[in-house]
Design a protein around this ligand. Sequence first.
Ligand SMILES: N[C@@H](CCC(=O)N[C@@H](CS)C(=O)NCC(=O)O)C(=O)O
Length: 203
Amino acid sequence: MRLHLAKGTIALAAHIALEESGLAFDLVWVDFATGEQRTEAYLAINPKGRVPALETDHGILTETSAMLGLIAEMAPEAGLMPGDMWARAKVAELHLFLAATMHVNHAHKMRGSRWADDPAAHKAMQAKVTENMTDNAALIERDYLRGPWVLGAQYSTADIYLYTIARWLEGDGVDLAPFPTLRAHMGAMEARPAVEKAIALHI
Ligand SMILES: N[C@@H](CCC(=O)N[C@@H](CS)C(=O)NCC(=O)O)C(=O)O
């Protein structure tokens, strides 16, 4: 498999999952500084002009949640997806919250032009980022993170996805002091060899 990725992005989640899986993969770095994600060559891989994109023997995937699910299924021995039906539903629930709500709230800081052309509107969107991300972190701390992992004792792709977005919180102005379980989760993630190996390439 081949993962197209950029530093500081959600593509870290698929990268960590690949490291955890033990599957063979290559990395292809996309240069955001030159706008490579919008070039014809990259749009032929991912017409959305975003990372990650995962090239597989079956075709190309362009959504993080789908990639995490595929990687977990391809490497069942890595134990990234619970066997229990309800636990899998809770993983899906958090994946969707992270993708559709929290990632979008974060994107209002740098990518306001997706939603408005008026610079004043961009400023107004940026002004909400800290508040929205703090609210999202509080919800996760209270309702999603059983500790030490999202599901309690069992590690899963939800932990990988959550960690990737949690890395953005301080930069978004969120004070992590009121979120001890989330802070412990980040520390536990960083103690995993696969995570350590992946994040070393994202500094
Ligand atoms: N729903 C997609 C979102 C992907 C996404 O928004 N990626 C951002 C980086 S975090 C991107 O590539 N942005 C480039 C741009 O907007 O030009 C996923 O979860 O994989």
